[in-house]
Unconditional design. Sequence first.
Lengths: 241, 241
Amino acid sequence: MNGVIHGVGLGPGDPDLMSVRADRLVRGSKHIAFFRKLGRKGRARSIVNGMLREDVIEFAMEYPVTTEIPLSDPRYNEALSGFYEDCKTHLCALSATGEDVVVLCEGDPFFYGSFMHLFTRLQATCDVQVVPAITGMSAAWNASGVPITWGDDILSTVMGTLDEATLTDAMTRADALVVMKIGRNLPKVRRALANAGKSDRAVLVEYASMEGQTVRPLSEFTSETLPYFSIILVHGQGRRP
Amino acid sequence: MNGVIHGVGLGPGDPDLMSVRADRLVRGSKHIAFFRKLGRKGRARSIVNGMLREDVIEFAMEYPVTTEIPLSDPRYNEALSGFYEDCKTHLCALSATGEDVVVLCEGDPFFYGSFMHLFTRLQATCDVQVVPAITGMSAAWNASGVPITWGDDILSTVMGTLDEATLTDAMTRADALVVMKIGRNLPKVRRALANAGKSDRAVLVEYASMEGQTVRPLSEFTSETLPYFSIILVHGQGRRP
């Protein structure tokens, strides 16, 4: 019997916000695997600190490249594609020996997650099961203390990596807005928010549900770049009795 | 000392997908409150079957109206507004006696939730704390077995209650799409999906993460109406290495 590969969503960062199922799988698993940037401890791995079995066997999957090569460069896709293939081979081999493996995933595995690239490769040959999780954006609007959507509000989730015109258009049309993957795209995101007439309502949430969580109007934040775990929200203003 | 009113997101329906924090609060609470349709057991209440303290005191908040009066009728808003005020008064009185209360919320409390209408009224006078949760849409894309968003995909979440032109426009522009609040709006939602050229990719998920979960192409479903817990997805097709 082959083992099961579990893609387990850990949620936004606070271990208390993991699902009961995720908590049980993480604590019980002999084999865990997780992505990390070369030379780092790994964010997913950090979330489960103190939760793992004493005899746990860890498999760190280290990205060969993150932001060193632009996305548009064909070498980026080549490097990543080879990397995911290697990870797949390792995990399938483990599974073939009958061992279950828990792959630790930040946020929800099927929502802009790295695990998806592994999932599509594993699916054909292995038994893969995915545990959904609380998204980073849910933690962000929770941290903001204000509901994100009301009545018939349209919520759009956009990535700061999009071009300014596309961002402006999407921001203009959305009633409620979530912006992710901001980082060095912050100046462009600011311009698009201004073009869309939504700068005044934009709220910046950093490290939602984690140590160091901050919430403030974007207008009060003056730096040109943001840490990875930052989300900008514009709350909907729809119907409410 | 006043008690705390906890707005606790229960997630999509499977108790195993509740957060560790929600699970602890639900099991430990002497007072629980929940919304339900008059004469029904209540969906949120059903999720926690078998989890409650033996001495639990339950407060059922019964909507005076759901779909009997159209949203556009001023009597709808009046009835709902009075109802939320009454619920607030009851919960604040409980809190004033020093008792904590757990308000059971389906899905994520700040994402199109009824609790938000209570929250805005409680906030001024009570200590309210909200626990985020896995959304119904996360459970739906998890059930579909296909990741919802890739790379720079724009995800739009739209309500079937919107008019056809607005739906068509939002559906045309989104890379990935979630449609909620469908019910009797299904024929209109179908037309909008067709107008947007996305009918072929639309997937219908009923009762995600719950008993009776089904996943099928929308084109294979021929009825004119859908049960409450139904979500239509159009998966993104963005960049992937």
